[in-house]
Write a protein that binds this ligand. Structure first.
Ligand code: NAP
Length: 281
């Protein structure tokens, strides 16, 4: 089984970003990371994103608010960032605490700065196959992994386990755009094992540690593991039981070191695209 490492894909995207930066006439785009509270998952993602932006030669600033900030106060702060001409793009770490209406923020965020595709405008574009918007970075990262490794998507049977708005649903649309034949699975899917085994490309985005073992993987399938979980020993792991599929899968992404590293690279690419689009306007 070939291991599809995220670092190699990230390096390909870094080259693309460097080229795109030369067209910006010395302007260095700035990412605003917006975090409410001190959740370890958010802070870990934030650290990874900061490191990636710095590594790609981009500016980044964190905007951190207390967990108990009111809906009104947060919206006022968010509006300032949204309107700040020095901020090229925004990454909002979610879910937000429940006193803040996330739906309102999705409506509020400037679609041109919405690098992680949470605005209804960007979601509509993903579903319409219109590439002038921003898809959620994780969904796009899966496509980048396949393309950077020259894995054909067109005409392939693709099964995605998970139907969230962050991964499963937008990814299914990106796959359709690439002319794949897509099946989406979820907790009500009847023959999950059989449906997964039938896939030529299997994408795991269920958020269930090591759930997909050898019974779910067809011979020579390409397996992309989006899951980020903690196993019974407190170690980071994916949705795929990696060791059990070695003899079956032709290729697979590891966790850690797979899709996660590519997600922040896609975020960087979106940031530079946002700057390019602003310049064109
Ligand atoms: P989510 O919102 O919890 O959605 C999980 C989806 O998986 C749901 O559609 C759920 O079905 C389905 N599912 C859960 N258990 C299942 C089972 N036993 N059988 C079949 N389907 C099942 O999760 P998410 O936000 O999409 O994230 C998924 C995973 O990706 C998580 O591990 C998360 O940490 C990870 N993630 C990684 C990145 C990255 O950069 N690599 C980014 C975002 C998320 P129902 O709809 O029926 O409930």
């Amino acid at each position: 089984m070939v291991v599809l490492k995220g670092a190699a894909v990230s390096a390909v995207i870094r080259e693309q970003v460097s080229e795109m930066l030369t067209d910006l006439g010395g302007q260095v785009p700035k990412l605003a990371i917006v975090r409410v509270g001190e959740k370890p998952d958010d802070m870990s993602y934030e650290r990874g994103a900061i490191k990636k932006m710095e590594n790609f030669g981009l500016r980044v600033q964190s905007y951190v608010y207390p967990e108990e900030i009111s809906d009104e106060a947060f919206k006022a702060e968010f509006a300032k960032i949204n309107e700040d001409p020095d901020v090229t793009g925004i990454l909002l770490l979610r879910p937000l605490p429940k006193q803040i209406c996330e739906k309102d923020i999705e409506q509020m965020i400037d679609p041109e700065k919405d690098l992680d595709g949470i605005s209804p405008v960007n979601i509509a574009k993903v579903f319409a196959g219109d590439s002038t918007g921003f898809a959620p970075c994780t969904a796009e990262a899966v496509i980048e992994v396949l393309k950077a490794n020259q894995i054909p998507i067109e005409g392939k049977r693709v099964t995605i386990v998970g139907r969230s708005m962050v991964v499963g649903k937008p990814l299914s649309m990106l796959m359709v755009k690439e002319n794949a034949t897509v099946t989406i699975c979820h907790t009500r899917t009847k023959d999950l094992k059989g449906t997964c085994r039938n896939a030529e490309i299997l994408v795991a985005a269920a958020g269930r540690a090591k759930m997909l073992n050898q019974e779910y993987v067809g011979q020579d399938a390409v397996v992309i593991d989006v899951g980020i979980n903690v196993d019974e020993n407190g170690k980071l792991c994916g949705d795929v039981d990696y060791d059990s599929i070695q003899e079956l899968a032709s290729m697979a992404t590891p966790v850690p070191g797979g899709v996660g590293a590519v997600t922040t690279a896609v975020l960087a690419k979106h940031l530079v695209q946002a700057a390019q689009r602003r310049l064109q306007r």
